[in-house]
Design a protein around this ligand. Structure first.
Ligand code: ZN
Length: 311
């Protein structure tokens, strides 16, 4: 396989130090040390500053943000000896001038800004974003309805009424590099587009894994349901956290038994087979009908892996 840079959001750079999550004294000590780092978020958007030709999250000192002023604060892990935390500011109030770095950067959408971030920073921010999105949606117990409380430095919520523990949610998704060998056109890959997608937007077919399914089962079901394409054996390629809000993308590859497409119009607006020459045009942003997909997405990586292979 050709060498590629780390996929966005995949190279978490810290020691997660989960042994410290339940140790309030140790966490307080880390949080009040001079070397403590806090990454600030507002409405799940990290505060980013211009850095070199790209972007970097602002690393606030611990004393610049009062933990009690944040809606949620989580412990991400250790960077050497230093504790790294992330704080979600009160979503109901514009941070404005009360924010210590006001005017020096912006709270920016992580999905849109990922391309400008260093891989380590992107992975850190993705982890925090995934946690904040989960906290925001899990204030009440799914077992009994009572209000839940943050626990384990942000990695759990507990219900004081029924004592159930809730863990941060991760939803598995299969995303498929579906390949067909055509006697005349050679190898081609199946791309599809959903209703309402941006003009010329196409991607690999994807879908959530359902209870009782393996990744292979889910891939075969989705390909058959969405495009009427029958897959053989499914093999795993690579994965990517996708915290918008809580997906874990499993990139898989499978051979299609045939190239006939039967669209389910409720699932897809179009699907088409793409040759290597066409894919090269897509990646060079000169294909008339298909735009280059979003750079940080695993779909783009799957297409690049296929394109980089010799025939
Ligand atoms: Zn409960």
């Amino acid at each position: 396989m050709a060498d590629f840079p780390p996929l966005a959001f995949t190279r978490f750079p810290l020691d997660r130090a989960d042994r410290l999550r339940g140790n309030a004294d140790a966490l307080t000590a880390l949080r009040t040390r001079e070397d403590a780092v806090v990454l600030a978020f507002w409405r799940h958007k990290p505060f980013l500053m211009k850095h070199g030709g790209g972007l970097a999250p602002a690393r606030l000192r611990g004393d610049m943000l009062d933990p009690s002023a944040s809606a949620v604060e989580v412990f991400l892990g250790l960077e050497g000896e230093a504790g790294v935390f992330a704080a979600e500011l009160d979503p109901a109030r514009e941070p404005g001038e009360s924010f210590p770095l006001h005017g020096l950067g912006e709270f920016e959408d992580l999905r849109l800004s990922a391309g400008g971030l260093d891989a380590d920073d992107a992975a850190l921010l993705a982890t925090a974003r995934g946690l904040f999105a989960w906290h925001a949606r899990h204030g009440f117990c799914s077992n009994c309805g009572a209000a839940t409380a943050l626990a384990q430095a942000g990695w759990r919520r507990t219900c004081p009424a029924c004592e159930v523990e809730h863990f941060p949610r991760v939803d598995p998704v299969v995303i498929m590099l579906i390949v067909h060998e055509h006697p005349e056109h050679g190898e081609r890959v199946l791309l599809g587009r959903g209703e309402g997608w941006p003009e010329r937007g196409y991607s690999c077919l994807a879908g959530f894994v359902e209870p009782g399914e393996t990744l292979g089962d889910a891939a075969r079901r989705e390909a058959r349901e969405e495009a009427g394409v029958i897959l053989g054996e499914v093999s795993y390629l690579l994965s990517q956290p996708w915290p918008f809000p809580s997906s874990l993308m499993f990139g898989v590859e499978a051979r299609a038994g045939g190239d006939a497409i039967e669209l389910d119009p409720n699932e897809l607006a179009d699907a088409r087979w793409v040759t290597k020459a066409e894919m090269a045009d897509v990646m060079a942003e000169r294909h008339p009908d298909i735009r280059k997909p979003y750079a940080a997405a695993i779909a783009t990586r799957l297409m690049s892996i296929w394109l980089a292979r010799g025939d």
